[in-house]
Design a protein around this ligand. Sequence first.
Ligand SMILES: [Zn+2]
Length: 486
Amino acid sequence: MPSHRHQAPNLKSMLKQIQTAVGHSCEWIGLRYTSDDTRTIVAKNGKYDYSGEMLLAGIMVEVMFDGQIAYSATADLSSAGILRATESAIKWAKLAAPFRIFNFTVEQRPKAVGHYISPHLKGLDKLSYKEILDTLIQTSERLKCADEIIYSHAYSQLAQRQMHFVSTNGSDFQTEILIGMTDLQATAMRAGESQTRTHIDGLKQQGLESMEREKFLHIAERVSCEALELLSAPNCPSDTRDLLIMPDQTVLQLHESIGHPLELDRILGDERNYAGHSHVKLSDFGKLQYGSKLLNVTYGPTHPNALASFQFDDGGAEATKEYLIKDGLLVRAIGGAESQARAKVPGVACFRSSLWNRAPIDRMGNINLEAGDSSLAEMVKATQKGIIMRTNRSWSIDDYRRKFQFGCEYAQLIEDGRITTTVKNPNYRGISVPFWNSLKMVGNQSTVEALGTFGCGKGEPNQGIYVGHVVPACLLENVEVFGGGK
Ligand SMILES: [Zn+2]
């Protein structure tokens, strides 16, 4: 598969030209060139289904005029095109300045110099398109191992991002990221009832080393066997019991009931019209016991291979690991330099834009739940009446990220310290803060997986962005579980 690296324009020389043209009418100017190259290859039911490549590239011009920040983006990479975008941004800043909600300074755009290249072993040129497609076709064929498997797919997405940022206060940093992900799925059907099992392999910063045919074939066997097993399984009981969530469910539980409510722009009300608000108040930082003493949640932008690792955020702040929740206590928000200045609470370097034509806003980056010291076997053994749930299949949470309900694909009952019956259609519900305060045991490093999501949505206009979560298995006490739903 050829590697389509794009020659970024000479931003430093463009910035000089702009400064000459617009003089020193602005306190600050920044130019960010971004190119996103995404390739998708899909095999369904043992056959080729789809392949495509999307390239999105352009420059975002940011200006600060009279304490007001404004933006204008352009896909016209000529000097005249960039100058037009700069003049447009200045015009918007002048119009908005009398109505500004905060007087920003260059402190919110610190000088950043560096070059981040994501870790990978095999670049995109190490496998041919045919080799990748053959692997996916064989995998989807293996997934469709019985007549009762009515649907299977092996879906691969490879994304390459290049970014270069320069500014009038000396910033000059570049980011090169490779992301690989393969999604394997089988749906089984009998007597009008269907059951689906899914496995997402990877979803992290990596190259084509993730494309291992033998590994995929092995996973495919398990996935299709579990889909068939669910057809004969009893429904999940409806009662209260201990809940052991595996990493591919912990991810979404963390994302929705901790990640989003801790976003500072939500707490400030910026997202109220679209993505929603938060149950967290500014006065809760340093005071709210968000979870039990076992709950440690970090912002982890330096975690190797995690999906959203980088050196600097899109505002130029240096990305460092920070505790958001320490021993259950809420200590820090998911908010970049602008929101921190407005809210006067500590935040993190999480100011990110999803594409060349989107302004950076507060985003999750990597939000990780730190491993504990219990093995999976110890957590099962310690449970008298419980249930293990794997792989999210549905979710619902209110606007304030308080009350939630999640459904999973696959569950197993735990009785007297042993795994017993597989059950179908498992669901559970709870309220964010009491739920995390019922955290009883946290899985050790052997249970940890690096996962995430490609499409966390927020912002107007919408920004779908990749977010990483490195998480262990978690055991929660006395959770309301229920069956039903197809
Ligand atoms: Zn999200």
